[in-house]
Design a protein around this ligand. Structure first.
Ligand SMILES: [Mn+2]
Length: 322
């Protein structure tokens, strides 16, 4: 059985076994790893006779709607819930501030378990199953489930496989380890359909989103001696409910580019910034300057101002890291 060193695994097992009612959640703007990991862990806990609800701070991207259990996902209401959580499990979230309105479910009686693999992860739980050696939170759920003696079903194997595929970009990014590949193999043995999941995850755009990607590529410009690519989508581009389009990775397709930046104007004058790098450059350190975070090769932050100002601020910081 593939395994990694997780010092708090015994405490996490005790947490799972001793609790009765669980709330599972992830960070705001939850990604494929968080959604898939929550759904898999929900089934694992239910197999132990526990009550487990997946309650996310905001509605997840419809891109993952092929996952088993999708229709049971709840979104937190803005107002305080009737009942606080007894046992809260937070997946894929480096700090308590990033659970958004889920904080309303926490009081002094709430026991918190954190499963996370971010470099800047803060141990904010009573128990913290955190390591940078796991590809994804879904991989951590695999290890936790295996240690609990859970027998994988095809549906859960497929959820975990999708979470891992999402975070590793199809087993391509550096956070993929030999253990990640072994876990992937176990999940396929247990019934995850690898071609189906890859197709649903990566060939799952609407025509408007694909056209938006075209506009993003059209905006691509190179800076710093062609070593930095910047794409930009204005609020007008993003308006109309299109919301999610993953454009930042395309900048790295340009041979000379070492850092790719995507600027998405979520609301007028407010930018969500994504950063990606090839080997060598730590974009998390760049994002951290602007109160963001993430991983060495993939990070993000938020900035305010005009496009020119935001771009200039970022390029000034990036230049220090080239
Ligand atoms: Mn993750």
């Amino acid at each position: 059985m593939p395994a990694i060193d997780l010092p708090e695994l015994p405490a996490a097992l005790a947490f799972a076994r001793s609790g009765k009612n669980f709330v599972l959640t992830s960070h705001i703007n939850c990604d494929g790893d968080g959604v898939a990991g929550c759904l898999a862990l929900q089934t694992i806990l239910r197999s132990l006779g526990k009550e487990a609800r997946v309650i996310l701070p905001d509605p997840p991207n419809l891109q993952y709607n092929f996952l088993a259990g999708w229709e049971g996902i709840e979104t937190a209401a803005a107002q305080a819930p009737e009942r606080k959580a007894e046992h809260l499990i937070v997946l894929d979230c480096p700090s308590l501030t990033r659970i958004g309105v889920i904080k309303e479910y926490v009081d002094e009686g709430t026991r918190v378990l954190v499963l996370d693999h971010h470099q800047d992860s803060q141990p904010f739980g009573h128990v913290n199953l955190t390591t940078t050696k796991a590809s994804s939170s879904s991989e951590l759920v695999y290890h936790l489930g295996a240690a609990l003696g859970y027998q994988l079903t095809p549906a859960v194997a497929e959820q975990l496989y999708m979470g891992i595929l999402f975070d590793t970009g199809g087993f391509r990014y550096a956070l993929t380890t030999p253990v990640t590949l072994e876990v992937g193999a176990q999940l396929v043995r247990a019934g995850a359909r690898l071609d189906f999941v890859a197709d649903r995850l990566f060939n799952n755009q609407s025509l408007p989103v694909l056209k938006l990607l075209g506009r993003a590529l059209e905006s691509l410009q190179l800076y710093c001696g062609d070593r930095v690519a910047v794409v930009h989508l204005s609020h007008a581009d993003l308006d109309g409910g299109i919301g999610h389009v993953d454009v930042v990775n395309y900048g790295l397709m340009v041979q000379s580019v070492e850092i790719s930046v995507a600027l998405k104007e979520q609301t007028p004058g407010q930018y969500r910034v994504s950063l990606r790098s090839r080997e060598r450059i730590d974009v998390r350190a760049i994002a951290a300057v602007f109160d963001g975070g993430g991983h060495t090769r993939a990070a993000g932050c938020r900035l305010e101002g005009s496009t020119d100002k935001v771009r200039a601020q970022l390029l000034a910081e990036i230049a220090k890291h080239l």
